[in-house]
Design a protein around this ligand. Structure first.
Ligand code: APR
Length: 239
C-alpha cells in the first residue's frame, strides 16, 4: 500500500461514501447484477409518483429494507472512518449517499445523510419526522399522529432534492482533501462533488472496487475493497 499523502489534525477532510462501503456488511449495491432494486422498477419504488400510485407496495419495499438492517453491522471500512474523525475532530465531514445509517451506528458524528435514512420517516402532508422505531409498521401505510397524513420513508427519491446541498458546497470549498469511497459516481448531484473539489483546488482521493466514471478527477486512486484498504490507509495517513 502506497500513499503520497499524510494528514495532520489541522487538515480539513470531506469524505463522500456510496453503497460500496456497505457491501462488506452484506448490503447489495445498486448497479451490480442483481442490485438492490431486484424485481422492482426504480420508478415504482424510488419516485414520488411511484409512492402516490402505490403507497402500500412502496412501504412494503422500505419496511423490508429497514427490517433487513437489524441484522447488519458496520464493517472495518466504516470503523476506519471513525478513527479518521477521532483524529481530525471537527475538520472531518462525512457525506453519505447511503440510507442504511451504518456510519452513525459505527460512531461517526459529523455525518450528512444527503439521501435521507431508512431509519426515519416523515409525514407527506405536514413534514413531521419520526424514527421508524417509534411508529407502527404493522399497518400497510403508517399515518401521522399529528395530522393523519400518510407517512413516507425519509429517503430522497429520484426527482427530489438531496439534503444539505448548501452545507456540502461550503464544506467542499474549504476542504484540503476530498475522498470518495464505494460510489459509482453516476448519480447527480453527488457525482458532481468531485468536479467541484477539483475546481476548488482540493486534493482528491478515491477508493473503489472498480474504477469509477470520474476516475480521471482523482489525484490518488486505490482499487479494492473499502473494508480492506481504508484501515491500512488511515493508519498511514494518521501515524
Ligand atoms: N469496496 C469499495 N467499493 C465497492 C465495494 C467494496 N467492497 N463493493 C462495491 N464497490 C463499488 C462498486 O464497484 C461501485 O462502483 O461501489 C460502487 C457502488 O455503486 P452504486 O451501486 O452505483 O452505488 P452508489 O454510487 O452509492 O449509488 C448512488 O444511486 O440509486 C441511487 O440513491 C441511490 O444513493 C444511491 C445512488
Amino acid at each position: 500500500m502506497h500513499t503520497k499523502y499524510k494528514f495532520n489534525p489541522e487538515n480539513k477532510l470531506v469524505v463522500l461514501t456510496g453503497a460500496g462501503i456497505s457491501a462488506e456488511s452484506g448490503l447489495k449495491t445498486f448497479r451490480d447484477n442483481n442490485g438492490l432494486w431486484e424485481n422492482h422498477n426504480v420508478e415504482e419504488v424510488a419516485t414520488p409518483q411511484g409512492f402516490r400510485q402505490n403507497p402500500k407496495m412502496v412501504w412494503r419495499f422500505y419496511k423490508d429494507r429497514y427490517n433487513q438492517l437489524k441484522n447488519v453491522k458496520p464493517n472495518p471500512g466504516h470503523y476506519a472512518l471513525v478513527d479518521l474523525e477521532n483524529y481530525l475532530q471537527d475538520n472531518f465531514t462525512l457525506i453519505t449517499q447511503n440510507v442504511d445509517g451504518l456510519h452513525l451506528v459505527a460512531g461517526n458524528k459529523n455525518v450528512l445523510e444527503m439521501h435521507g435514512s431508512l431509519r426515519k420517516s416523515l409525514c407527506s402532508k405536514c413534514n413531521t419526522y419520526y424514527d421508524m422505531e417509534s411508529i407502527d409498521l404493522d399497518v400497510p401505510i403508517p399515518r401521522c399522529e399529528r395530522c393523519g397524513g400518510n407517512l413516507r420513508p425519509d429517503v430522497v427519491w429520484f426527482g427530489e432534492i438531496p439534503y444539505f446541498l448548501d452545507e456540502i458546497e461550503l464544506k467542499l470549498r474549504s476542504a484540503d482533501f476530498f475522498m470518495v469511497v464505494g460510489t459509482s459516481g453516476v448519480v447527480y448531484p453527488a457525482a458532481q462533488f468531485l468536479q467541484l473539489a477539483k475546481i476548488f483546488g482540493t486534493n482528491t482521493i478515491g477508493i473503489n472496487l472498480a474504477a469509477p466514471e470520474n476516475v480521471r478527477l482523482l489525484d490518488e486512486f486505490h482499487r479494492g475493497k473499502a473494508g480492506e484498504i481504508l484501515p491500512q490507509l488511515v493508519k498511514l495517513w494518521t501515524n
